[in-house]
Design a protein around this ligand. Structure first.
Ligand code: ZN
Length: 309
């Protein structure tokens, strides 16, 4: 049977299909141990007590395949709304795909087109999803990620989260590179937005981004050398105010206040006015670009903390 040269591949595919099918049944059996029942009444989340209304099944698509969940169902008479606490526990409230599958979908959808992602998931994982489904799932994951990032940044800026100081020895310099660039998007993404040439609709959306990196030493020619693996990023499509908050939070998260010197690099665009990017305690100082490590298209602006210069 294995003599044809391709038969092993067929066997591998068949084995994977059998294993994933068995995995789905096993997962279903594990999850059947609980249905989320929490007594005859449960809080609905809006200040009422919802009444238990029996068990309702729901099918969720997981990494190994569709799995049926048995969930205790509650109904709130005031809200006229039903819910299953088990859905919340498993991260599938209002969703038909599991968190694991949503993550795989988001990873594939972020790398290639949604149509190609559908092909990759089918070929590499044996999961069949339409391009439209991948699009919806990836965009929901992206929205959730963006909201989580914004909430984390707000907590850092409000000092509700206090990042640890940078590990010793603290690198000598922290660089903050800031720029914006147009990202080609589909027509539906530019609905109602004006293009640069006036009447024409925009064909791109601008992402504003900052890269933070550290420098601890100079090379033989006296040029700063980036510390390997020291880059981190803040970025958003949501305009300069949102960007300013994210950039400031990333600066604080990196322990920017602990560095001997912080240098911001930008091309002088009107929105790149350094106090406005939200990095506190900094003032802009013009810097001679000679000897700078910036790309040639950049004009240099150095930003240092008052009193350091
Ligand atoms: Zn209610």
């Amino acid at each position: 049977m294995l003599g044809s040269g391709q038969a092993l591949g067929v066997l591998e595919q068949a084995m994977r299909a059998a294993l994933t099918c068995a995995g789905a049944r096993l997962l279903e059996a594990v999850l059947a141990g609980q249905d989320g029942y929490c007594g005859p009444r449960a809080g609905c989340g809006h200040g009422h007590q919802a009444a238990y209304g029996g068990v309702r099944d729901k099918t969720v698509i997981t990494v190994p395949g569709p799995v049926t969940l048995h969930r205790a169902w509650y109904h709130c008479a005031e809200c006229r709304h039903g819910f299953a606490p088990r859905d919340q526990q498993l991260g599938v409230a209002g969703a038909t795909r599991s968190p694991g599958l949503a993550e795989m979908t988001a990873l594939a959808g972020a790398e290639v087109s949604f149509a190609r992602a559908a092909g990759l998931l089918a070929g590499l994982a044996g999961i069949t999803l339409s391009a439209r489904t991948i699009e919806r799932s990836a965009e929901a994951s992206g929205a959730a990620s963006r909201a989580a990032g914004a909430a984390g940044a707000a907590a850092i800026r409000a000092r509700e989260i206090v990042p640890l100081p940078p590990r010793e020895p603290v690198p000598d310099m922290l660089y903050v590179e800031v720029d914006g660039t147009g990202v080609p998007v589909r027509a539906s993404e530019t609905e109602g937005r004006q293009g640069n040439d006036g009447d024409a609709r925009a064909g791109t959306r601008e992402v504003k981004l900052a890269r933070l990196l550290t420098v601890s030493r100079l090379d033989d020619d006296g040029r700063p050398v980036m510390d390997t693996g020291s880059s981190s990023y803040a970025f958003t499509f949501d305009g300069k105010d949102a960007f300013a908050g994210l950039a400031e939070a990333e600066y604080l998260r990196r322990g920017g206040e602990h560095f001997r010197q912080v240098v911001a690099l930008g091309d002088g665009a009107a929105w790149i006015c350094y106090p406005d990017i939200g990095i506190a305690d900094l003032i802009p100082v013009p810097l001679l670009s000679r000897g700078s490590t910036m790309p040639a298209w950049c004009k240099a602006v150095s930003v240092m903390r008052p009193g350091i210069i």
